[in-house]
Design a protein around this ligand. Structure first.
Ligand SMILES: O=C[C@H](O)COP(=O)(O)O
Length: 264
C-alpha cells in the first residue's frame, strides 16, 4: 500500500529494531490495530518496521484485517540480486508490500560501517522498487558539543541524495536522529530538533526547489515517547517521529500517534 502523503501528513514510524519473533510481531500488530481508530489514521500515517523475519507475518495480519497500518523494513541491499549472502533486496521487500525502509540508521553506520555512498546506493535501491526510503541522519555527541550538528547532518543529506532526481526526492522521508539521544533517555529539545530539521528543509530547497522541500517529510527520532512528542511535533519542520523503544509498547505508541491530545 502506498503511503498517503499529501501536504506533509505526519508520519509516526515504529522501528522495532532487533526485537521480537514473528509471533510477537503479530500480537503487537493486533494490539496496535485495537488501539488505533479511523480518526488516528486520518490524522497521521502510522507505520511499523519489524525485523525481516516478521515482515511476512505483519503483511498477512494487515491484509487479513484490512488494516490501514503501513509497514516496512529496517534495511535493504544496495544490490538488485545475486551472490550477496544474508542480504535482502528491494524487490523482495516490495513483494512483501513494504512501503518504507530505513537507510543510514546510525546503528548501521556505526556497527556495519555504512558510509554516505552506501546509504545513497540503498536509498536508490529502495526508490527503484517504489519503496520510500527513510534516510536517517544525525550527529554524535562530540559533534554536538562542538556545535557542528547542522553541517554534519547536511553533509549526510547531500551524500544520501546524490543522483536522486527532484521527482524521486518528493516522496522521501528524512529522519533526524541525534545519536546521543537514541535509546539513552536523553531527548533533544524541541528547539534542537527544529534547528536541524529546518536546516534540512532549507537544504532540500537548495538541492532541488521549494516544492520538493515543502513535500518531504522530516521526522525526529531519539527517545521519543508520549511525554515529549507533543512539544517536538509543535515545531514547524518536524513532520513526525521515528520511534524506537517506545514503539514496542502498543499503548505508548498509540499515545504518540495521538500527540494532538497531549499537552505541549
Ligand atoms: O529508529 C529509532 C531511533 O533509533 C530512536 O530509538 P529510541 O526511540 O529507542 O531512542
Amino acid at each position: 500500500m502506498a503511503p498517503a502523503t499529501p501536504s506533509r501528513k505526519p508520519l509516526m514510524a515504529g522501528n522495532w529494531k532487533m526485537n521480537g519473533s514473528h509471533l510477537e510481531a503479530i500480537a503487537l500488530v493486533q494490539k496496535l490495530a485495537f488501539g488505533l481508530k479511523e480518526a488516528d489514521y486520518e490524522a497521521v500515517d502510522v507505520a511499523v518496521l519489524p525485523p525481516f523475519t516478521a515482515i511476512r507475518s505483519v503483511q498477512t495480519s494487515v491484509d487479513a484485517d484490512r488494516l490501514q497500518l503501513l509497514y516496512g523494513a529496517q534495511d535493504v541491499s544496495q544490490h538488485a540480486s545475486g551472490a550477496y549472502t544474508g542480504e535482502v533486496s528491494g524487490a523482495m521487500l516490495a513483494k512483501l508490500g513494504c512501503s518504507f525502509v530505513t537507510v543510514g540508521h546510525s546503528e548501521r553506520r556505526q556497527y556495519h560501517s555504512e558510509d554516505d555512498a552506501t546509504v545513497n546506493a540503498k536509498a536508490r535501491a529502495a526508490i527503484a522498487n517504489e519503496i520510500v526510503p527513510i534516510v536517517c541522519v544525525g550527529e554524535g555527541l562530540e559533534v554536538r558539543k562542538a556545535g557542528g550538528q547542522v553541517a554534519h547532518c547536511l553533509a549526510q543529506v547531500d551524500g544520501a541524495l546524490e543522483k536522486i532526481t527532484a521527482e524521486q526526492a518528493r516522496t522521501l522521508v528524512i529522519a533526524y536522529e541525534p545519536v546521543w539521544a537514541i535509546g539513552t533517555g536523553e531527548v533533544a529539545t524541541p528547539q534542537d530538533a527544529q534547528e536541524v530539521c529546518g536546516a534540512v528543509r532549507t537544504r532540500l530547497a537548495e538541492l532541488y526547489d521549494g516544492g520538493v522541500a515543502d513535500q518531504v517529510r522530516i521526522l525526529y527520532g531519539g527517545s521519543v515517547k508520549g511525554a515529549n512528542i507533543a512539544g517536538i511535533m509543535a515545531q514547524a519542520d518536524v513532520d513526525g517521529a521515528l520511534v524506537g523503544g517506545a514503539s514496542l509498547d502498543p499503548g505508548e505508541f498509540v499515545k504518540i500517534c495521538r500527540y494532538r491530545d497531549l499537552p505541549v
